[in-house]
Design a protein around this ligand. Structure first.
Ligand SMILES: [Zn+2]
Length: 355
């Protein structure tokens, strides 16, 4: 075999290997590696072609022509295989990203009112049907509305009981004296409601909203909600109070929900009562929720104290009033059998989605 025949045989073998390898390549990256391996500066084909210079001068033209054909063939194969692979990749990507417009749509999750809102709305609806109008007041109150006007003077022990959050600053010039605080109950709305009516009768309002006290455990929260009612008119009696609350309990817990009143003390009512509702969980037999008594305390109530009527601009010799306050959390916990009050504020959807 002459040197040229030997060289041509090596070139032919290389061309065959290159053809096979190119046909088997599956990715753009694989092709690029092959290109470098064959045609790079130290590529197999490049080095083989360089040996052309070692052949005899008269053999070079024919050998050179062959070399050019092989090189052109490899370059063309690289190009063609590259196009095939890119076309296939594009098709696969289009297929993967295709949108099936016949699939049913996915709806965004739909919210609903918080259990505290549900219970508050229900209570407001009950009292609205009894003729009460919804009234509102500010959450940042002056001490006068929150305490003094409700017959709780500065040295009164109830001021301690309702340990308060005080706020920097002072009420506006047109407001009665005292520091600002986060209201500890919705009762200031009673005073505001009476003053707004300027002695007109009757006063029949319901106030719902947030109140704040320094408390934080499984059954108390530093912020909670009250629904408060006030009725002032000529001849309002304790019988009216009992009738309204009995009707409220029946509407909330069903026709068998009896109430009982226990004497109690609040500075702003006289006489005052704590009101229990017949335990709907055990039908009065005694259970964990009612601590075995068959009764559950749900609210505080009483006849409006004469000093409070005076603060609201009414003459206690002419009119009388009844008032009551319900804890919204308490009712929600009983209604939905929630044991820890903090669940109502944590915003955990696993909990809230149950309602
Ligand atoms: Zn019970």
């Amino acid at each position: 075999m002459t040197a040229r025949e030997l060289w041509e045989a090596r070139l032919a073998a290389l061309a065959t290997r290159a053809r096979t390898a190119l046909a088997a390549a599956q990715s753009v990256q694989e092709l690029e590696e092959l290109r470098v391996h064959l045609l790079g500066r130290k590529g197999e084909l490049t080095l083989t072609l360089r040996e052309l210079g070692q052949l005899a001068a008269d053999e070079r033209p024919a050998a050179g022509a062959l070399a050019n054909r092989v090189r052109a063939e490899v370059e063309q194969s690289l190009e063609e295989r590259g196009q095939e692979i890119r076309a296939r990749d594009l098709e696969q990507r289009l297929e993967a990203e295709a949108v099936d417009v016949t699939l049913p749509g996915r709806r965004p999750p739909r919210g609903h009112p918080h259990p505290l809102v549900l219970v508050r709305q229900e209570m407001e609806a009950i009292f609205a049907s009894l003729g009460f109008a919804v009234a509102e007041g500010p959450e940042v109150e002056s001490e006068w509305y929150n305490f003094e006007a409700l017959n709780i003077p500065a040295d009164h022990p109830a001021r301690e009981m309702q340990d308060s959050f005080y706020v920097e600053g002072h009420p506006g010039a047109d407001e009665p004296r005292g520091q600002l605080l986060l209201r500890t109950h919705t009762s200031p709305v009673q005073i505001r409601g009476m003053l707004a009516q300027q002695r007109a009768l009757p006063v029949r309002i319901i106030a719902a909203g947030r109140v704040y006290r320094r408390d934080d455990d499984a059954t108390h929260s530093p912020m909670f909600h009250q629904v408060e009612g006030l009725l002032v008119d000529r001849g309002v009696s304790f019988a009216h109070l009992k009738g309204i609350l009995a009707e409220f309990a029946r509407r909330l817990w069903g026709p068998r929900a009896a109430i009982r009143l226990r004497p109690s003390y609040f500075p702003f009512t006289e006489p005052s009562a704590e009101v229990d509702v017949w335990c709907v969980f055990c039908q009065g037999k005694g259970c964990r929720t009612c601590k075995g008594s068959g009764w559950i305390e749900i609210l505080g109530a009483g006849m409006v104290h004469p000093s409070v009527l005076l603060a609201g601009g009414y003459d206690p010799e002419e009119v009388s009033g009844l008032a009551f306050g319900v804890g919204v959390e308490r009712v929600a916990m009983l209604r939905y059998q929630i044991e820890d009050i903090r669940l109502l504020y944590e915003g955990d959807l696993r909990f809230l989605e149950q309602f």
